[in-house]
Design a binder for this molecule. Structure first.
Ligand SMILES: *[C@@H]1O[C@H](CO)[C@@H](O)[C@H](O)[C@H]1NC(C)=O
Length: 737
């Protein structure tokens, strides 16, 4: 009975805290760009009224079925080999793909599924991929079809001046014509003619190529700027009363200004107040709440493209001229977008107007090709060149660093510590080298983010102090010889090993291993083959002491980085998860007050999340829980398998094609409750999540009008009641007892 009650309780808690995407929200707050990739071959399925567009993804082929009438994507299928050529079989019901070994495979042209019963051996393979353009003349604004013998024009189609390549072409040389071509500004245009009339025409704006880098641009709200300036001014006053006077007078000026703007009419002021929530103001509101951002993507074709994070619409696009973009970065301070190429060149774009990027400079690092690049702060980067040399490069300033900076770097073979002194020279400090059979498979360091509480409050009101030493990193290595996974926690300043644990349950090295680091914990996932193949999720929590109310660190002294620090006390717990996890990340919010959620990209193309509390490292079996322990926030008895909650699948019915190099990222909005989550891979998907519910947003049924009307009503009532109250008072004074 108690177990049931507790189960019910935790269910309710979960139901309240994990607000899922509900029907009215689905497809409203999230969007997906279904990328078709670079059109390598286009086949026509006449029976379906569709085009079958072939493109390559990772090491396979993607077959996208696009409706010929309106250009909308119908569905996609993947084939895990690369196609070198394709052919539409004359019967129209099948098509053939040839791989690079020359083997031909048949597919059903109405579903894209392999047609294993179809015998392709007696079909003469003739490629359908290269449109026959011998009798076609392309001029700057039109395309002419010539009669094969007389070379006289039979059909003419107006085309855009930006026409680049014709990817599909079909005509009967008398009345019908179908053309699909790409343009230099990254779109695909389709037109079909019948008897001189345009029957169908559409444009697809697909991403050009595979995404290799991304960055977020915050659209800044200038009204927040004024407010923060006012607050700064207020803080500068020595005297509290002066500060108070300043606040009152500025607010008074603002109120007077509102009245002045409304022509001193109370009615107009009221209507303005009521209108604030209307749609016209919603764009401003998005900026104010920090949900207005641009997602900038760079593709392997050298295209830089910005999408609106609210709905995925294209904002701007340009060709950067690099075909090997390595990294994108946006600096909020200088409002600059930086594009780095693998060969060491880089470009800076001015984005003072976020809607109009302008090239400022193009230069290059001297050091040859770049192996990797990471951000240190808004001006400085750690660049590792292919020669093995590492440099700290400052883009604009004169390379002055404030004091010493410690940098930790890693690759497959080890973890390396560096220090940058005042002269901006990088020196090696420590190094963790792995053995030959060992490989580093995942790494996560503690991010410098605001911490809301120092401790975890237990059910009996005592506190477990979190281990909040800032310079921590955890990494996972896989030893192929011993089939063992090692998890290590290190101090990134000294390289000291603070904690280690390992797993010997026959790790599947072919499956992804992922790790995330939150404020005082880390969570990692791996797939093991023994005793039965299963996805595991392990939490490690770090405390100053496992004894309640015992604090080791000092509240007033900052930790001295190079002195011996106390090691964390660690608890850990492992869970099973029903789906294969590809990637993990943790939700980010502005102030770190909202409870953290673990966001997971699953191998089946879905994204889900769960509160970190569900993965608690201190969860114990029901029988071992004391009554006090049950009172703790979100206390739940330990259950080995964490169920997949349908409500928390944030991709709901969508299926993402994430690709091998996808990235799952979370960025904060100005609203503390809201975290923006994007998955950037072959497809792009973004949504918003509220790990603790939308506690800072008024519910839609909040009746502002009624509230204001009540206030006005009360004021009027006061106005009328005043004379009678006055006279009552007067009478009372004259009353002779
Ligand atoms: C293609 O689009 C047209 C127009 O939107 C629609 O009428 C038709 O049913 C679609 N065809 C398929 C196969 O979905």
């Amino acid at each position: 009975m108690r177990l049931m009650l507790l189960g019910l309780l935790s269910f309710w808690l979960r139901a309240f805290l994990v607000s899922g995407v509900f029907v009215e929200d689905a497809f409203e707050i999230d969007w997906q760009v279904e990328n078709l990739g670079h059109y390598e071959c286009v086949l026509e399925s006449v029976e379906q009224g569709a085009f079958i567009i072939l493109s390559s993804v990772d090491s396979g082929t993607l077959m996208s079925f696009v409706n010929e009438t309106d250009g909308k994507l119908m569905y996609r299928q993947s084939w895990n080999s690369k196609a070198s050529d394709a052919m539409m079989v004359p019967d129209g019901r099948h098509y053939l793909l040839k791989d690079y070994e020359g083997t031909v495979f048949a597919f059903d042209s109405s579903s894209g599924l392999p047609a294993s019963t179809y015998d392709a051996s007696d079909v003469d393979f003739v490629s359908s991929c290269r449109p026959d353009l011998t009798d076609v003349k392309v001029t700057s604004h039109s395309l002419q079809v010539l009669e094969p013998e007389t070379q006289l024009e039979v059909l003419r189609l107006n085309t855009s001046a930006t026409l680049d390549t014709i990817v599909f072409f079909n005509t009967d040389y008398s009345s019908t014509l179908k053309v699909l071509y790409s343009t230099t500004d990254g779109t695909y245009v389709f037109k079909s003619l019948k008897d001189q009339e345009v029957v169908n025409e559409w444009v697809r704006e697909d991403l050009t190529g595979e995404i290799v880098a991304h960055a977020f641009i915050n659209l800044v709200d200038d009204s927040l700027q004024t407010i923060s300036e006012e607050l700064a001014k207020e803080n500068a006053f020595q005297n509290v009363w002066e500060a108070y006077l300043f606040r009152v007078s500025t607010n008074w000026d603002r109120l007077a200004g509102t009245f002045r703007d409304s022509g001193y009419s109370i009615g107009r002021v009221l209507t303005r107040l009521l209108k604030i929530d209307s749609d016209a103001a919603s764009a401003d509101r998005d900026v104010f709440f920090g949900t207005a951002k641009l997602l900038v993507l760079a593709t392997d074709q050298g295209v830089i493209q910005a999408l609106d994070i609210q709905d995925g619409s294209k904002v701007w696009r340009f060709d950067c001229g690099f075909d090997d973009v390595l990294f994108l970065d946006y600096s909020q301070e200088t409002r600059e977008l930086r594009v780095f190429a693998r060969d060491g060149r880089y470009e800076l774009y001015d984005l003072s107007d976020a809607y109009k990027p302008e090239l400022k400079t193009q230069t290059s690092f001297n050091g040859g090709n770049i192996k990797s690049l990471s951000v240190l702060n808004s001006e400085e980067y750690l660049v590792e060149f292919e020669s093995g040399e590492k440099q700290v490069v400052a883009l604009e300033s004169d390379g002055q660093m404030a004091g010493k900076t410690f940098i930790t770097d890693h690759d497959r073979n080890g973890v390396y510590g560096h220090v940058v002194g005042e002269n901006a020279i990088l020196q090696d400090t420590w190094k963790i080298a792995l053995s030959d059979s060992e490989e580093l498979v995942a790494f996560a360091s503690r991010q410098n983010e605001p911490v809301a509480t120092l401790g975890q409050t237990l059910g009996d009101r005592s506190v477990l102090y979190k281990y909040l030493y800032p310079n921590l990193a955890a990494y996972i290595t896989l030893d192929a010889q011993k089939d063992t996974l090692y998890v290590n926690l290190i101090d990134t300043v000294t390289g000291e090993l603070l904690y280690t644990q390992f797993h010997e349950d026959k790790i599947d090295g072919g499956r992804p291993v992922s790790i995330v680091f939150g404020e005082y914990w880390f969570v990692y996932s791996y797939f093991s083959a023994e005793p039965i193949p299963e996805q595991k999720l392990v939490t490690v929590e770090l405390y100053e002491s496992l004894e309640a109310n015992k604090r080791v660190s000092s509240a007033t002294r900052k930790p001295e980085l190079l002195k011996k620090t106390h090691k964390p006390k660690v608890t850990s717990q492992a869970y099973l998860f029903p789906e294969v996890i590809r990637r993990l990340t943790v939700s980010k919010t502005k102030f770190g007050i909202t409870s953290k959620a673990i966001i997971m990209e699953l191998e089946n193309g879905q994204i889900t999340y769960m509160p970190k509390e569900v993965l608690g490292a201190r969860r114990v079996e029901e029988s071992k829980m004391t009554d006090d322990a049950k009172k703790e926030y979100m206390a739940m008895p330990y259950i080995s398998t964490i169920p997949l909650n349908d409500q928390s699948i944030i991709t709901h019915s969508r299926k993402l094609l994430t690709g091998r190099h996808s990235q799952l990222v979370s960025v904060a909005a100005n609203l503390e409750s809201t975290s923006i989550v994007c998955d950037i891979g072959h497809d792009v998907f973004c949504t918003k999540i509220y790990p603790s519910g939308q506690f800072d947003i008024m519910s839609p049924d909040f009746e502002k009008g009624k509230l204001l009307a009540t206030i006005v009503g009360l004021l009027i009532l006061c106005y009328f009641l005043r004379p009678s109250v006055e006279s009552a008072k007067l009478k009372k004074m004259w009353l002779v007892r």
